[in-house]
Design a protein around this ligand. Structure first.
Ligand code: FAD
Length: 520
């Protein structure tokens, strides 16, 4: 529309301010703010935008203590406010302390290219508040003393207490405190390696370390890890949950799990055929069954999906046999349209007569939710397609007729989701992602990694959403507990080691890791 290009969008985890919203947002606020005043025509600002977005992503969970924002001084409606705030060069970075008065024009600081140093600056700004001024939800960032911490040892409590013992110049403890800001069920404290009496009692000599006090009074000790490892460990403790999936829903979740299907313990490092079979059961008997006839593109998508599963499904003969028969039947039909009832008849009756059938009920194991309505089908759909991408890599000749197509599994998945997946909004998001990047997938390895990466993007978007199961909070996957070597840190920023991730996915979703059991 002739205006300057926008460098930031609503999708980015930051606040886009305007002339009218700057002051009401950053002054008298219960949180501190870091604002980048930029100009969308300035080349340096364009280059810097990726750093700023990465920073916003990195400290996304700190938002109860500090907000990250941008304001585009090249937008006509923002000319006056940029003048009022004396913005002469772009980008200019200013921070506003919590509860700052309306007259405050912010304090200028020099922003670094290193996310780690901006993070440290944020921590310094937060610590620079007096006790009364501190952002409402920001816990103390100062170290605790032995006298304050030692009485907690051996005590029963309704939460975990994580004591991070670190060297005085380390920021890890404060970063982990802020990473856990939105989580309940755990309190994080830091203590210093110079506190001899604490070290002697806790028997700690390696830094940083976490001394973790469990609610039942016992303790565990985790040594020398990076910020991401510590945060991930604490967030995934049983009974720790993201505050936005409220305490009420946590209670309901636990109560419901007792009154509905009995809970089955399962091993998170395994994949269960029960989930894969339940996915197919739900697809064939529920999701597809809402279409009374299949014709045109729908029929083609259905046929390609059934054929794909028949060739790649690793979970056992009866299902493969059923899918093969269904696929042969569909391929042999000269019809342009089929009533879905005919498919159901085949699945339900004919197959049963010949002793081949698909489990007739939903039995979630790895995909069970803490209450009805959570997890289940969408979880199993992801699982099924991860398994199929890995299986395609393990048996590349299974799909002979698709030679030359770099991502046949993803193409079928994309068309299935677009045509049949009941969650429309999910389908729209997935289609946008596929349209923008699927053509970059050139081989089977990239096919596995594309789906993993896409799934993680959805996890990040949904983290803390109401649909999140409090017992299975959305987080980057695999966690450090599942795959330590998948995680690295460079200049204080978390990085995936993609080779290790690929190896892990091949193992995790591979045929040998499939468990036929219905519980642990
Ligand atoms: P899920 O995200 O379903 O994951 C299932 C299991 O897969 C996990 O338990 C874990 O073992 C494993 N896993 C997790 N992450 C990865 C990864 N990156 N790579 C490999 N394995 C992994 N819901 C919405 O509200 N909005 C959406 O836009 C949306 N889009 C969706 C798009 C698709 C294609 C699908 C299949 C689902 C979508 N959903 C969406 C549903 C949502 O992603 C979850 O499936 C649902 O909330 C259930 O979550 P869950 O806790 O069972 O974990």
């Amino acid at each position: 529309q002739g205006g300057p290009a926008r460098l930031y969008s609503e999708e980015d985890p930051l606040v886009i301010l305007s002339g009218g919203s700057l002051k009401p947002t950053v002054t008298n606020s219960s949180t501190a703010w870091l604002v980048q005043f930029y100009s969308s025509w300035c080349g340096h600002c364009i280059q810097y935008s990726s750093t700023w977005k990465a920073l916003a992503q990195d400290v996304r969970d700190w938002q109860d203590a500090v907000g990250i924002a941008v304001l585009d001084c090249a937008q006509e409606g923002n000319f006056d406010i940029c003048k009022e705030f004396s913005i002469k060069f772009y980008p200019t970075f200013k921070y506003f302390r919590a509860h700052s008065p309306p007259s405050d024009k912010g304090t200028i600081y020099r922003a670094d290219r290193e996310i780690q140093s901006i993070r440290q600056l944020i921590i310094n700004v937060l610590q620079n508040h007096t006790k009364l001024e501190r952002p409402q939800h920001c816990p103390p960032l100062e170290p605790y003393s032995a006298a304050e911490l030692l009485p907690l040892l051996g005590q029963m409590s309704d939460h975990y207490t994580a004591i991070i013992v670190e060297e005085p110049d380390s920021f890890v403890g404060r970063e982990v405190i802020l990473d856990l800001l939105q989580f309940s069920g755990v309190q994080v404290r830091r203590a210093l390696s110079s506190d001899r009496s604490l070290l002697d009692t806790l028997d700690i000599s390696v830094f940083p370390s976490i001394y973790l006090l469990h609610p039942n009074g016992t303790h565990a000790h985790v040594e020398k890890r990076l910020r991401f490892f510590f945060s991930s460990l604490l967030r995934t403790l049983p009974g720790v949950w993201h505050r936005s999936s409220s305490a009420a829903s946590q209670t309901v979740a636990l109560q419901d799990s007792q009154t509905s299907q009995p809970w089955k313990d399962f091993d998170r490092s395994k994949v269960y055929t029960a989930d894969l079979e339940s996915a197919l059961h739900y697809m064939l008997r529920v999701e597809l069954a809402t279409h009374s006839t299949l014709q045109g593109e729908e029929l083609k998508v259905f046929r390609d999906f059934v054929t794909l599963v028949s060739k790649l499904y690793p979970g056992g003969d009866p299902v493969v046999k059923l899918m093969e028969t269904l696929s042969d039947w569909l391929l042999s039909l000269p019809l342009q349209q089929i009533p879905y009832q005919a498919v159901l008849d085949l699945v339900n009756n004919k197959m049963r007569i010949s002793g081949v059938f698909l489990g007739a009920e939903l039995r979630w194991v790895g995909c069970q939710g803490s209450r009805p309505g959570l997890r289940g089908y969408p979880c199993s759909l992801w699982t099924l397609f991860h398994v199929l991408t890995v299986q395609h890599d393990a048996t590349p000749t299974s799909l002979d007729n698709t030679e030359g197509e770099a991502a046949p599994v993803l193409q079928v998945m994309r068309r299935y989701i677009r045509t049949f997946f009941g969650c429309e909004e999910c389908g729209r998001h997935f289609e946008t992602a596929a349209a923008s990047s699927l053509e970059q997938v050139k081989n089977r390895d990239q096919q596995i990694l594309w789906l993993w990466n896409q799934h993680n993007r959805v996890n990040t978007r949904l983290s803390g959403a109401l649909s999140d199961d409090p017992l299975f909070p959305k987080a980057p996957w695999p966690s450090p507990a599942l795959c330590p070597s998948c995680h690295e840190e460079k200049n204080g920023v978390h990085l995936w080691n993609q080779n290790q991730v690929l190896g892990f996915l091949r193992h995790h979703y591979g045929a040998s890791n499939l468990s036929p059991r219905y519980s642990l």
